[in-house]
Design a protein around this ligand. Structure first.
Ligand code: HEM
Length: 322
């Protein structure tokens, strides 16, 4: 009986070890400790790279957060958005939502160079982007969280998937709910993630129609934005999303929505008499509720992975496959 128990325990132990090994080998198993042995200084390298970038330009925290969103929504968080187009390769950088808009690639390159110097051919570009997005949020005053790691980089990208999966600034609430739903993100996740628009800038071309033609907009806010976004021309002129604290990661975005000071049509859709009104009101008065839900939703979004069978690797240069 004792021998049987010992053999069973040994078998169980072996099974646990095998499961663990299988898990560690699989790209689907992310863990905050993934690089704790192979690249122990990873987190501090990324943090100092983001600190330096934000010292040059505060907006960069926003730009990197957006890159992460645009990476994850297109066939999972696999660094696909970082791949450059070449004469024989069409990536995602020139898809509609990214062209002349997605930015911050050189910040990821600079961090990657330092990570490669410390831990060669070990850390994926997708993981660097996930950590950098987290640090950007935190350095601008937002929450921090522990980032599950172990993503791999794609060898391909999809311009058509980028065009199809990323929502545009004219989207209705129903479209936003559906597009996030396609990524297994709930309406609550969608509303919390949209709070990312508490930082960063938008070009005039994306909010012109709203400030000249829409009715659910605060009149003095519309007038303010019209000063730098003319009826014609000035397409690329920038305005902050958040009229209160442009570069502070806080819940002011939701206060703006309640006051009809959303910048994009799609922003104001979250508070326009529909299903998300109550949640927007909650976030507008509870920074801690917003922070908690934002982190939960970022973890869900960061868990989107390429479908199994996709060829992946740890890229040496984030701009091209090995
Ligand atoms: C809900 C649907 C969304 C729409 C329709 C949308 C649309 C846009 C647009 C049109 C811009 C301005 C781009 C430009 O002017 O070049 C922008 C910027 C930005 N978006 Fe979104 N976005 C959405 C959701 C998100 C999410 C989920 C995140 C991150 C979690 C995010 C993060 C950002 C940030 C931080 C910026 C500012 C980037 C910068 O200043 O460089 N957005 N978005």
């Amino acid at each position: 009986m004792a021998a049987f128990a010992t053999r069973s325990a040994a078998f169980l132990g072996l099974a646990v070890v095998l499961c663990f090994l299988a898990g560690a080998a699989s790209a689907q198993q992310l863990s905050p400790n993934f690089y704790s042995r192979s690249c122990p200084n990873l987190a501090s390298i990324v943090r100092s790279g983001m600190t330096a970038a934000l010292q040059t330009e505060r907006r960069m925290g926003a730009s990197i957060l957006r890159l992460f969103f645009h990476d994850c929504f297109v066939n999972g968080c696999d660094g696909s958005i970082l791949l450059d187009d070449t004469s024989t390769f069409t990536g995602e950088k020139n898809a509609g939502p990214n062209a002349n808009s997605a930015r911050g690639f050189e910040v990821i390159d600079a961090i990657k160079t330092r990570v490669e110097a410390a831990c060669r051919a070990t850390v994926s570009c997708a993981d660097i982007l996930a950590l950098a997005a987290r640090d950007g949020v935190n350095l601008l005053g937002g929450p921090t969280w522990s980032v599950p790691l172990g993503r791999k980089d794609s060898r391909t990208a999809s311009q058509s998937a980028a065009n199809a999966n990323l929502p545009g600034p004219g989207s209705s609430l129903a479209t936003l709910i559906a597009m996030f739903g396609n990524k297994n993100l709930s309406p609550r996740d969608m509303t919390a993630l949209s709070g990312a628009h508490t930082i960063g800038r938008s070009q005039c071309q994306f909010f012109r129609n709203r400030i000249y033609n829409e009715r659910n907009i605060n009149a003095s806010f519309a007038a303010l934005r019209q000063r730098t976004c003319p009826r014609s021309g000035g397409d690329g002129n920038l305005a902050p999303f958040d009229v209160q604290t442009a570069d502070g990661f806080d819940n002011a975005y939701y206060q703006n929505l309640v006051g009809q000071r959303g910048l994009l049509h799609s922003d104001q859709e979250l508070f326009n008499g529909g299903s998300q009104d109550a949640l927007v009101r909650q976030y507008s008065s509870s920074p801690s509720q917003f922070s908690a839900d934002f982190v939960t939703a970022m973890l869900k979004m960061g868990g989107l992975l390429p479908s199994s069978g996709t060829q992946t690797e740890v890229r040496l240069n984030c701009r091209r496959p090995n």
